[in-house]
Design a protein around this ligand. Structure first.
Ligand SMILES: [Zn+2]
Length: 319
């Protein structure tokens, strides 16, 4: 295939297990699982990327590197993350402890979430973090302002996918009917009509074009139906559909391929509790199968001349 996007950035949101317990309303997760996704999936991503000399962006929940908060778990996660850092991948800010309601928090709490994460992660990497992705894909004017105050180059939180939005609304509604409450929070509906290509956001309404200095890099969706072209979908799709989605990005200058750490996890190998596996059936697919699928996606892109870079590298090329 030669009809592929010109540039592609792989980014991985490394959400820890408690996030999934929260979304699916599963109560408190076993404490020994805190470092599981980060410590098992990062080496898998690293191996696939290194074999192709690709640098990616890892969005990290900063509490995971906070030894004061998490003790030995943080020490283990710092070790795994050090490998990623030393391979030259970008480490970016995914908030301090992943509040799904970040976009609804006030100024002081927002500043605390972003600032604490910024300081911890900048300290860990040895240079200032320049990119952010909000938990739950929701960016507020306050968040944008705080990012600009910290000299961020880009935000990559906008996910203009109505299908995803309505699926999430259905799941949350169903949980409510069962007398349970999901920890997820509905995204601002206005963000669904946001541009699908990179843009400078408006300070008052970051889901619209404006004159902010940083650049918004929306997560990839197809042009017409706005179907999410994200890791979980791509890894599990049959080959014809996978190739169809990749081709749908062909006319883009930029393909922002978002993945999650859990995408390369494996219920059996990684000893994930069955309660969570029941909610995330993709965990039943062996990690080796999903790794092979990711490798095939990357090989398809590379073979057609798509240039692979980090979100930070891409953002620095935008006027
Ligand atoms: Zn996340």
């Amino acid at each position: 295939m030669s009809d592929m996007p010109r540039r592609c950035c792989i980014s991985i949101d490394v959400d820890p297990i408690p996030c999934y317990y929260k979304i699916h309303s599963l109560g408190t997760p076993p404490a020994d699982l805190r470092s599981r996704i980060l410590c098992t999936s990062l080496p898998r991503f690293a191996a696939i990327l290194a074999a192709r000399d690709i640098k990616a962006t890892f969005f990290i929940v900063a509490e995971d590197v906070d030894v004061h908060a998490l003790g030995n778990d943080a020490i283990a996660m710092r070790a795994a993350l050090r490998e990623i850092r030393d391979l030259g991948h970008e480490i970016a800010n995914h908030s301090y402890n992943h509040p799904y309601e970040l976009a609804r928090l006030g100024r002081i709490e927002t500043r605390e979430q972003l600032g604490k994460a910024h300081d911890l992660l900048s300290d860990f990497t040895g240079s200032p973090i320049r990119g952010f992705r909000a938990p739950g894909y929701d960016i507020s004017p306050t968040t944008l302002e705080e990012l600009i105050a910290r000299n961020y180059l880009y935000d990559s939180s906008v996910f203009p996918a109505p299908g995803y939005y309505f699926a999430k609304a259905l799941v949350m509604g169903a949980l409510r009917l069962m007398g349970r409450k999901s920890g997820a929070v509905m995204t601002n509906v206005r963000a669904l009509t946001a541009p699908i290509r990179p843009y400078h956001p408006s300070a008052e309404a970051p889901w619209r074009r404006g004159a902010s200095s940083l650049v918004e890099l929306p997560v990839a969706v197809t042009s017409l139906s706005r179907t999410p072209v994200i890791g979980t979908n791509l890894l599990l799709a049959p080959r014809w559909l996978r190739d169809h989605w990749l081709r749908s990005m062909a006319k883009r200058d930029f393909f922002n391929l978002e993945m999650h750490g859990i995408d390369l996890c494996d219920a059996e190998d990684d000893d994930i509790p069955s309660a969570l596996v029941a909610r995330q059936p993709d965990l039943r697919v062996p990690a080796t199968v999903k790794m092979a699928s990711l490798a095939a996606i990357l090989d398809t892109l590379i073979a057609s001349g798509t240039e692979m870079c980090t979100l930070r590298e891409f953002a620095s090329t935008i006027e």
